[in-house]
Design a protein around this ligand. Structure first.
Ligand code: DQA
Length: 152
């Protein structure tokens, strides 16, 4: 059975490609998702993608992942720095996750250095640009130890 990876992007990441391109580059979210799916396929894994600007919608999508997803790759956008709800959802579903940021959050405003997720993540990637998603997908497909799989 292929590994099932859920790629979640939080608020404003739907604007990738046009949003502050000096920070986030010119690649669109559609391109990121296509590339993630292709890269996963080359490693016999599958990617489902979800983007929302709404915290509760992300919490609901995480709940629905239970039993259906092996690894979550998440760029929570600004919710990284504010959301106890997304932290609790990730802990509640007990699915290992990788946190991704396109920019180097530690070289920006001090409030971006605080993450509500990092201490619970399998890995944290930041500052690699959109290549960070490729790195995260590869890590999720090949290296993350997955839980609760009946056939393993
Ligand atoms: C981001 C960094 C966050 O601080 C910011 O709010 C984002 C994007 C990144 O990918 O670098 O929306 O998560």
């Amino acid at each position: 059975m292929p590994r099932r990876i859920l790629l979640i992007n939080g608020p404003n990441l739907n604007l990738l490609g046009t949003r502050e391109p000096h920070i986030y580059g010119s690649t669109t979210l559609d391109d990121v998702v296509l590339q993630a799916k292709d890269h996963a396929k080359s490693m016999s894994a599958e990617v489902e993608a979800f983007q929302s600007n709404h915290e509760g919608a992300i919490v609901d999508r995480l709940h629905a992942a239970r039993g259906a997803i092996d690894v979550v790759v998440i760029n929570p956008g600004a919710f990284t720095h504010t959301s106890v709800a997304i932290r609790d959802a990730l802990l509640g579903i007990e699915i290992p996750f990788v946190e991704v940021h396109i920019s180097n959050v530690h070289s920006r405003e001090p409030f971006r250095s605080k993450s509500y997720l990092s201490d619970k993540a399998e890995a944290v990637i930041c500052g690699l640009g959109v290549f960070g998603y490729t790195a995260a997908i590869e890590f999720a497909a090949r290296h993350v130890k997955i839980k609760n799989r009946a056939h393993l």
